[in-house]
Design a protein around this ligand. Structure first.
Ligand code: SAH
Ligand code: SF4
Ligand code: F3S
Length: 439
């Protein structure tokens, strides 16, 4: 039997996609292996979000050349966003990749493999308006058997001016609601305890079926009811579409995690306008106020980008002040990276010098570290329900898990096992971790 090895880069959607790919190829007789040295086919599922992400992949491809040296028949394929973006350019350098398949082309991987074995450049980067891989049950070859990702939609229609995703993933489309429920139920039967519903903008989920449309709050409610013993998360929420309806559904069901990832990008309305985010600072703060009102126990996390075209010191200051006003629990923080083909790359100069971007990013990170420390300190004395994931690597003899708020909690205990939900009282904290004891 031939062996397949997949390396996944980029976002959680790629993790979910790699599992779809593994499922498709398993049916063709290719079994997944963790060990790259015994693989007959190596696929890199790639990301184009920032230049750095792509550079890392090129480095990896160069490393893989050594592996290819002794193995005539070894197939190396590049799949995902970078394949979509670079298309046949990937074949220009001989001996780098044999297959390039975009995010909507995974059903053709078996035929692409055949072409590759015939020493042809195997390319399929056709984007689809309808593909959701809805009936393919992902082969979760490398998860912990406790938490799983379930993709509920694909693509993006928002065209934020800096972002490559609408070009690499194509138009937004929602997956059949029933197939989502079926998959989640099946996960529950297999012993999974937590599921994260995935989409670039889950708040615009909308599935039409026989004249009826299912919205995201409705889908979430259906999932909450279908698997009452599982914890349900979702990501990502676009602030422009975050409705009170959604927050009320989240408040109504204990098994809906009290965590909202709400990428702000910038605290300045003028920057948000240039980014085509379609909300203002005030709108965003109003959405945060709604979360605090309806879901007071929820954590709020975000993505922040600095150094976008024409960004001034005053605009950067607005980002820092918004961060403090919201009090984020954690954040992913980035320097703007210009992506060829986006509206920003055509019309908005990448004119903030790199050393200024670096300084701004460091200032943002410093503020966030302090906020995370403060937010976690507020949790001391409180009791959280923690889903046990395994033993803590750092603290020997202790368990590690996550709270509904998506915070890592470390605690000693004797009678627990991975997959258990336990109540933990927080005794101390740092900016990264909560520590406690069984309550
Ligand atoms: N759909 C999500 C974001 C997906 S991309 C949303 O709209 O919020 C994840 C994060 O990468 C973004 O939130 C943004 O902060 C960052 N990002 C996207 N394009 C980028 C670019 N060109 N340069 C730097 N960071 C970028
Ligand atoms: Fe990119 Fe904006 Fe779509 Fe998010 S919503 S994936 S940032 S275009
Ligand atoms: Fe990267 Fe594509 Fe995800 S560009 S962030 S892998 S959608």
């Amino acid at each position: 039997m031939k062996k397949l090895h997949i390396e996944t880069y980029g976002c959680q959607m790629n993790v979910a996609d790699s599992e779809v790919v593994a499922s498709i190829l398993k049916k063709e007789g290719l079994e997944y292996t963790k060990d790259i040295n015994e693989a007959d086919v190596i696929l890199l599922n790639t990301c184009s979000i920032r230049e750095h992400a792509e550079n890392k992949i090129f480095q990896r491809l160069n490393e893989l050349k050594k592996l290819r040296a002794g193995k005539e028949d070894l197939i190396v394929g590049l799949i995902g966003c970078m394949a979509e973006r670079l298309k046949d350019k990937l074949f220009e350098k001989k001996g780098l990749v044999d297959i390039a398949a975009g995010p909507d082309s995974y059903r053709s991987l078996p035929s692409l493999l055949e072409q590759a074995y015939e020493k042809k450049n195997a390319l399929d980067v056709e984007l689809s308006l309808t593909e959701t891989y809805s009936e393919i049950f992902p082969y979760r070859y490398d998860d912990n058997g406790i938490s799983a990702f379930v993709s509920i939609m694909r693509g993006c229609n928002n065209f934020c001016s800096y972002c490559i995703v609408p070009y690499t993933r194509g138009r937004e489309r929602s997956r059949d609601a029933q197939s989502i429920i079926d998959e989640v139920k099946q996960l529950a039967t297999k012993g999974y305890k937590e599921v994260t519903l995935l989409g670039q903008n889950v708040n615009s989920y909308s599935y039409e079926n026989e004249g009826q449309s299912v919205t995201f709050p409705q889908l979430l409610e259906q999932v909450a009811l279908a698997v009452p013993n599982m914890r349900i998360r979702f990501t990502t929420s676009h602030p422009k579409d975050l409705s009170d309806d959604l927050l009320y559904v989240m408040a109504k069901y204990d098994n809906l995690a009290k965590w909202i990832h709400l990428p702000v990008q910038s605290g300045s309305t003028t920057v948000l306008q240039r980014m085509n985010r379609r909300y203002t600072r005030e709108w965003y703060l109003d959405r945060v106020a709604a979360i605090r009102r309806i879901l007071p126990e929820a954590s709020i996390t975000t993505d922040i980008m600095c150094g976008f075209s024409d960004e001034t010191e005053a605009e950067q200051e607005e980002t820092l002040s918004l961060m403090k006003e919201v009090g984020y629990d954690t954040a992913f923080m980035f320097k703007y990276s210009e992506r060829e083909g986006t509206v920003a790359s055509k019309r908005m100069p990448d004119n903030v010098p790199d050393d200024v971007k670096t300084k701004r990013l460091n200032d943002i990170i410093a503020v966030q570290n302090e906020l995370s420390r403060m937010k976690n300190a507020e949790d001391e004395g409180k009791v959280f329900e923690v889903l046990v994931e395994g033993v803590s690597k750092k603290d020997e003899g202790e368990w590690k898990g996550r709270s509904s708020q998506n915070k890592t909690v470390v605690f000693p205990a004797n009678n627990v096992k991975p997959g258990d939900f336990v109540k933990v009282k927080i005794l101390s904290s740092s900016s990264a971790t909560l520590r406690g004891e069984i309550a």
